[in-house]
Design a protein around this ligand. Structure first.
Ligand code: ASC
Length: 154
């Protein structure tokens, strides 16, 4: 009995370690769950990025707090999709090109580039300088586009 409890205690202690294993660990039980998750993250990210775009294009008045809130969502969401491209999740309802898996290093570099550009946009949003926001917005948009060109089907 004592041994059983000891084994259970060790197993319970190992669970959080597994959950936090990192990006190598596939957290999705089905490939379609990974596809739905990454599409949802990109969709919400795109919605908030487009709201900033309206301000940048002068279609909406500049409200510093609103832009900061949108950037915060983009920044948080941008961290999520790249753990959701496990091997075998190249399903027919996904626009991911095979290069996502064949050129994984390049894909990761694109994700890192985007996150760096978003960090600059966050700094600009906190400064409240609309011109700096415009420049940084362009940098993020360029990082979106270059990954789409290389890794996303139309
Ligand atoms: C957006 C959005 C993208 C990028 C890209 C920039 O608003 O949803 O994917 O900008 O179009 O070129």
């Amino acid at each position: 009995m004592k041994q059983l409890f000891a084994a259970l205690a060790i197993a319970a202690a190992a669970v959080p370690a597994l959950a936090h294993e990192g990006h190598e660990h596939n957290a999705f039980s089905k490939p379609e769950d990974a596809v739905r998750y990454r599409q949802a993250a990109f969709s919400v990210m795109g919605t908030h990025f487009a709201r900033i775009g309206q301000v940048v294009k002068g279609e909406k008045p500049f409200d510093k707090a609103a832009v900061q809130a949108d950037v915060a969502v983009v920044e948080a969401l941008a961290k999520l999709p790249f753990a959701a491209f496990p091997a075998g999740s190249d399903l027919s309802n996904s626009k991911a090109k095979p290069e996502v898996w064949k050129e994984a290093g390049k894909f990761k570099a694109g994700a890192d580039k985007m996150q760096g550009e978003i960090a600059k946009l966050s700094t600009a949003a906190k400064s409240g300088d609309l011109n700096a926001i415009k420049v940084a917005f362009g940098g993020v948009g360029q990082s979106c586009k270059s990954c789409h060109d290389n890794f996303k089907n139309k």
